[in-house]
Ligand binder design. Structure first.
Ligand SMILES: [Zn+2]
Length: 219
């Protein structure tokens, strides 16, 4: 039984989809997500079979048993990729058809809006939700994007490179590095690096900007 809650966040163009189970979230969204931000040229912006993505993921992980369905904890994807999935991908799966119907036909979400998803049975639920909201703001709010990009570009080069390296090792495409970096900073994943290099003022500023934008959008 699949249970989801679809909700527009405040006055923003971000829609949150809450699942109970991680597996169900990933069955619905993995291909749209990978099409958006995979570093693999055969996958990014291409209609690919899910088996190809799983094989690529296991090869990159150097682990034949690596399971992307249990490694992916949240989804952030522009709605236009859900439309792309519907338009370009042959043989859509039942969970994909289900989520396309929910988002396009039932909730009438436009292709300039943004989708985030997470699941309830996760102990870091609030942290992951915050991380995904930061992605949503970065995409839809020009002012938010400008302030966070400027702040990240002013990080000391060695710290920026260390964080970037970490994210590349997590299989993010270099095209989303600034976006991921700010979302990781907002959700406190980089605390050890921040503490190590005494960069607390960056984190405070980036967090203040996040909270101000959430307030303005009634999120
Ligand atoms: Zn992220």
């Amino acid at each position: 039984m699949r249970q989801i809650k679809v909700e527009k966040l405040g006055d923003s163009n971000i829609w949150a989809v809450e699942f109970i189970l991680q597996q169900q979230m990933n069955e619905c969204f993995l291909r749209a997500q990978a099409c958006y931000d995979s570093p693999c040229a055969k996958i990014k912006n291409k209609p690919f079979p899910i088996e190809d993505y799983i094989a690529w993921y296991q090869k990159r992980s150097k682990n034949k048993k690596a399971d992307v369905y249990s490694d992916c904890y949240g989804i952030n994807v522009p709605m236009k990729y859900v439309y792309l999935l519907q338009k370009l991908f042959p043989n859509l799966t039942e969970p994909e058809l289900f989520i396309i119907d929910e988002l396009i036909n039932i909730n009438k979400i436009n292709n300039n809006e943004y989708i985030i998803a997470f699941f309830k049975k996760e102990k870091l639920y609030e942290t992951i939700k915050k991380h995904e909201i930061a992605h949503g703001l970065f995409y839809i709010d020009k002012k938010y994007r400008k302030i966070t990009t400027d702040l990240i570009n002013s990080l000391p080069t060695n710290v920026f490179l260390e964080m970037k390296q970490f994210l590349l090792s997590k299989f993010y495409s270099s095209s989303v590095i600034i976006d991921e970096l700010q979302a990781y900073l907002i959700s406190d994943y980089f605390s050890p690096i921040i503490d190590l290099y005494a960069l607390h003022s960056y984190r405070e500023e980036i967090t203040r900007n996040f909270e101000d934008c959430c307030r303005l959008d009634n999120i």
